[in-house]
Structures are given as C-alpha cells and as structure tokens.
Write a protein that binds this ligand. Structure first.
Ligand SMILES: [Zn+2]
Length: 643
C-alpha cells in the first residue's frame, strides 16, 4: 500500500472529498495524504498503479485479473454474510475487504468505469451493514470475537482505507473509525477488556494481524489511541499465551518457532510489523523481519517461491511436493513481505524474490485467463482452479498479489529510477525532490521509462528514458542474480556492469530522450539437483522460469505420465530444445515449450532404453492449464544394474 509522501493539490483533494468523487490529476488519482509522517523514510518509493502500465506477460496477467476476475465478482456474494449473519462459513467476511483492496488498485491502473461503479456501490452497501456499536463482521452476537471475526475487520479496514486514499471519497472514514474504536474498547490489557490472543485462531496470529490496518488507520487519522492499540498488540504477542513473534525471530531466527508456525497469518502479522516499524522507527522489528526472510529463503521456500505445506512452516528443508503445498494466501503475503522490505531497505534481493514468486508460484496459481485461482498449487498434481469464492480464502488473495505488481515494478529512490521487473510498457514516475542538496537543480522532474522486451521469453530489454531533468540521475537495473553473463549497452556502447551495495547496477548520467539502454541477459537453461525429499530428481529452470512437465504434451500413446523419466541429469545429454508454444499454450507473447529427451522406466513393463521419447516442459505458470497433470521435480532414468 502506498504511503510515500505524494505532492497533493490540496484544493483539488478538499473539493473532491466534499463531493465524494475521485480527485483526478493530469496523471491520475491523487493519493489522499496521511496525517502522520513516518519516522522511517522508504528507500524505494512504491508507485501509484496508474503510473505504471505494463503490456507484456506481466501486463496481460494484470489486465485479465481486472477484466475477468475483479470486475466480474458479484457484490451481493461479497456482502451476503453481512446482510444475513452469520456468513456461509466462518471466514466469509474477509472476501469483501480483500476485493476492495485489489479492485481499488486495479481501478487505479486501468481506470475502468465499470469497476469504479462497483467499488462505489459495494463500499456504500458494506457501510450500511455496520451495527450501532461499530461492529462490521459476519458473526452473530453470541459468537462475536471468535475464530475469524477480528480478521474480517482487518480486511474491511485495509479495503476501505485503500479505497479512500486512492479515490478521495471519504465516506467510509467514520465507518473505519467506529471499527477501530470498537476494537480499542474491546481488547487490551486493562482490567475489563478482552485478551486479543484468545479472540481468534492460531495462537492469536489471526486476530493480531489487525496490526497492519490499525497502523494505517493511525497514520490516516492521526488519532493516538490507534497507535496505543498497536503497541498493545506488540505486548500481546509476547504474553505467556502469545505467539512470541518478535522475540522468537530475534533469538531462534526461525519462523517455524513462532506461534504454531501458521504461514499466512504469521506473514500477515509481519507485514503489519513492518508498517509499524516504518511509522515509529523500531529497528528491532526490522531485524526480526529480516531474520524471518533469511530463514524462509534458506530453509523453507519451495523452488517456485511457494512456502508452507498444510499451511504451516515446518522444519528445515521439510518440503514435500504434495500435502496442501503452496497456499495462495501465503504466496501473496510472501510477495507483500518482500515488497515491504524492498521499500524499507532498497535492496535488490527482495525484488529478485518478487520476480521469482510472481513469474512462477503466483502466475501458477492464476488461471491464464485470470478467471480462476488455485488454493493449494503444489509441485505436482493438477491445478485446483476455482472461479467462485466458496470456502477458499485464496480465491480473494490471488488478485491482490497481481494488482500490487505495478506498485513495485518500476520505482524511484534517492538516486533516480529503479527498474525491478522487466516487461514491455511505460512508467511515468516523478524523481524525488532534491532541492535541499547543494547544487541540485532537480525539483519534481517527471521521467518516462519505456521498456520493450519479450522477457522472460527473450533476455533483451530495451529501455528509453525521457526526462526534463537538467542534472544527472541514476537508472538502476536489477540484473537477475542467476545471470552471470549479462551485458549492458548504452547508445550502442558497452557499459560497465557492476552491482552496487544495494544489488543494483546503477547507470548515472544526464539522460536525453534519445538515449537507449539495452540490457542483454542470456536466458540459459540450468538443471537443479534435488535434495532432501527430492534427492535423485532434477528440476529445470530457464532464466527466471521454473519449468514443469505437462501431461497434456506427452505426445505418445500407451505411455503413462509417471513412466517417463528424464534421460539424464546432465543438461547436454538432455538435448533441451525450445519451440514456440502452440494453441492452447501460447497464452502470452513469446510463450515457449521446452523439450528434453526422456526414457520409459516402470516396474510393470520392460525397460526400453532405446525408445526415442521426449518430455515437454512449460513454465510452471502455464502448466496444468487444461486440467492435466504436471510435475516440477522430474525423476531421472536409472540404467539397469548389471550383475
Ligand atoms: Zn488461503
């Protein structure tokens, strides 16, 4: 969520607020400012989604997320549990707030009037469901503040605050204040108040994740009582019955030792903790979160960027390929966690994780046409796409992840412009003001970054910068960490490619509109040898893409998917070839199919080592689209033992 300090035309904002209409600038909606200035300045500035328009593969997935999913959801279904309490299941109340968050970002990106109409009417109808005392959940009175009740209030606050900030329609403000006040009256460590740890699931991780929007409500309203409530949550985490979020991450440095290890709820808490850290400048919290990140990357992350099975973080390298692997809610909160850390630290390693989880696990959970999402998207099996909301938290989480992409794809920092993700399209960004520096002539300079590329089908990215800035500024490129032979050419002359301390290659000069930067990243395929539960198997990566074998492309009859093994674990012996994807797999510009040599090996039929066969692989994101089986980790043919 954007919290940088935008330049705001106050008169436009006030008029718009009074009229309850969107405040539109020449460049798009004006972000309503917060009343509290954060103690920590972001190193990288997230962008309003109207500033970044992508048209390649990323752009296509963003576009169908809006047109085939968000604008098509039925508001009556989203509001059903509020209009007739209780909801059809205990967490039914979360969907409307998650939709409001994603749909607002998507509307800012596309400007689709149909989506804006749906947003306005859904907000108005949701507000009508609030009870006299401020309650806006789906529970009956006798069940209040159990299971997922505080949780639904969390999402309503996130959705409504996002809506207000981007549309300028302040109608929901009193609804949000009344929700916040009810939480402050109900929970606390004063006598007579309830213990929030006991007010929901997973050792209190679920209800206390309301920290994130309570920090946002504090910053938006400037009311100190909301900050007091946030401080209470931090104390509650460390109570004898609490999940010990911060203390365990500082000492054990393992996410599986926090609470009951429930991944979605814990990452939601950590995203709130980082929002708190940004607001008050608590560096211990940042340290705890960085420990969590390192632990997940080193010990608990699947090859596709998924985390958790049975929805929980387990022991080191305990990563089975199936067993409710890869809950999409975890994928999205992991994405948000990386986006938060990218803002706070400005380090490329977080953008690297963003690219990896988006191009593999997130897109692997989204059906190519955007209409449906998977709950558990495992390392092998069938994609469990569903186009409803019934029963599945993930079906309203996935669209949030996709809608956030334009906020961090291209950003700004104190040196200039930062390109984190590669896709065709344009970004219109504003350089940071630097009139406080001696000799700095730059004040609010606009920069347009145009990108042309077929990445990740082709490793060439052509960038052009247009700017009225009179002084030099940097173009920072995230050169993928897996690439060792990348080349940068500026106006046909090779440039030095050296990553700085923040992990980016920084190109500083006075840019003219005619300057062309070319980044050439050789997209080599590479074999990853499985270990632990995948010992003896291989996975194949191509550039940033994790590939998966797809049963739909078997191409032979009478052979089962399971009987085909990779011919070798040696890349040269596999004779990997690429070809353009054909219908129905040509879902994005440059989509490819990868062929490797394979052999049959089963217990049931005689081994035929000389039979020439091939396994066809596609990006994990495209695998299993037609309901067929897929697998990331490929068994390797074992030559028969000669006695
Ligand atoms: Zn979920």
């Amino acid at each position: 969520m954007k919290t940088s300090k935008p330049s705001v035309n106050l008169a436009v904002f006030l008029l718009a607020s009074l009229a309850g209409i969107v405040a539109v600038h020449a460049t798009g909606p004006v972000l309503v400012p917060e009343k509290v200035v954060c103690a920590v300045s972001d190193r990288q500035d997230p962008q309003s989604p109207d500033r970044v328009h992508l048209t390649g593969w990323l752009g296509q997935r963003i576009s169908v997320n809006e047109s085939n999913r968000l604008v098509k959801l039925d508001p009556a279904r989203l509001l059903e549990g509020y209009r007739k309490r209780p909801g059809r299941q205990s967490w039914d109340g979360e969907h409307v707030g998650k939709w409001l968050h994603a749909a607002t970002l998507a509307w800012v990106n596309t400007g689709d009037p149909a989506l804006r109409d749906k947003l306005d009417s859904t907000v108005a109808e949701l507000i009508k469901c609030q009870l006299e005392d401020g309650y806006l959940g789906t529970y009956v009175d006798s069940k209040r503040w159990t299971e997922w009740d505080v949780w639904a209030h969390k999402y309503n606050l996130i959705g409504l605050i996002t809506y207000m900030r981007y549309t300028g329609n302040m109608e929901p403000l009193s609804c949000c204040r009344r929700m916040g006040d009810l939480l402050c009256r109900t929970f606390g460590d004063d006598s007579g108040k309830r213990d929030i740890i006991r007010a929901g699931e997973h050792v209190g991780l679920a209800p206390t994740s309301v920290l994130e929007p309570m920090v946002l409500l504090y910053r938006f309203t400037g009311e100190p009582r909301y900050m007091d409530f946030c401080k209470y949550i931090l104390r509650a985490w460390e109570q004898p019955n609490g999940p010990k979020v911060i203390s365990r991450l500082l000492t054990a440095k393992r996410v599986d030792k926090v609470g009951n290890g429930k991944a979605y709820e814990m990452l939601s808490c950590l995203n709130g903790a980082l929002e708190y850290c940004r607001t008050v400048g608590d560096h211990q919290i940042l340290e705890a979160c960085l420990n969590a990140w390192q632990d997940i990357v080193d010990h608990r992350l699947y090859i596709t960027g998924a985390a958790s099975y049975h929805e929980v973080f387990h022991g080191d390298f305990d990563l089975p390929n199936v067993s409710q692997v890869g809950e999409t809610c975890v994928t999205v909160t992991w994405l948000q966690f990386n986006a938060q850390l990218l803002r706070l630290t400005g380090e490329a390693r977080f953008a690297e994780q963003l690219e990896h989880v988006i191009l593999n696990q997130l897109f692997g959970a989204q059906r190519c046409d955007g209409s449906a999402w998977g709950y558990y998207v495992e390392m092998e099996g069938k994609k469990p796409y569903s186009s409803t909301l019934d029963g599945h938290c993930c079906l309203s989480s996935g669209p949030r992840g996709v809608a956030l992409i334009p906020t961090f794809a291209v950003t700004t920092d104190e040196d200039g412009v930062v390109v984190n993700l590669f896709d065709s399209g344009t970004a219109h960004v504003k350089l940071r003001k630097r009139d406080d520096r001696p000799g700095a002539a730059r004040i609010d300079s606009d920069v347009t970054v145009s990108m042309e590329t077929l990445y990740p089908a082709d490793g060439r990215v052509r960038l052009r910068l247009e700017s009225a800035a009179k002084d030099a500024f940097a173009l920072k490129l995230r050169v993928p960490a897996w690439s060792h032979d990348a080349v940068i050419v500026i106006n046909d002359k090779p440039a030095t490619l050296r990553r700085g301390a923040d992990g980016y290659v920084s190109l500083k000069r006075q840019w003219s509109g005619a300057d062309v930067v070319e980044l050439k990243v050789p997209l080599e395929s590479r074999v990853i040898f499985g270990d632990h539960k995948n010992a003896g198997k291989i996975a194949i990566l191509h550039g940033p893409l994790v590939l998966a074998a797809d049963e739909a492309l078997l191409g032979v009859t009478g052979v089962s998917f399971d009987a085909l093994k990779a011919k070798s674990s040696d890349l040269a012996a596999l004779d990997l070839r690429t070809e353009p994807a054909r219908v129905p797999l040509n879902t994005w510009p440059g989509a490819q199919v990868f062929r490797i040599d394979a052999l049959i090996q089963t217990n049931a039929i005689p081994i035929q080592p000389s039979t020439p066969l091939q396994l066809h692989l596609v990006p994990f994101a495209d695998a299993g689209q037609s309901g067929t089986q897929y697998k990331v980790w490929l068994p390797v043919f074992k030559p028969p033992q000669v006695n």
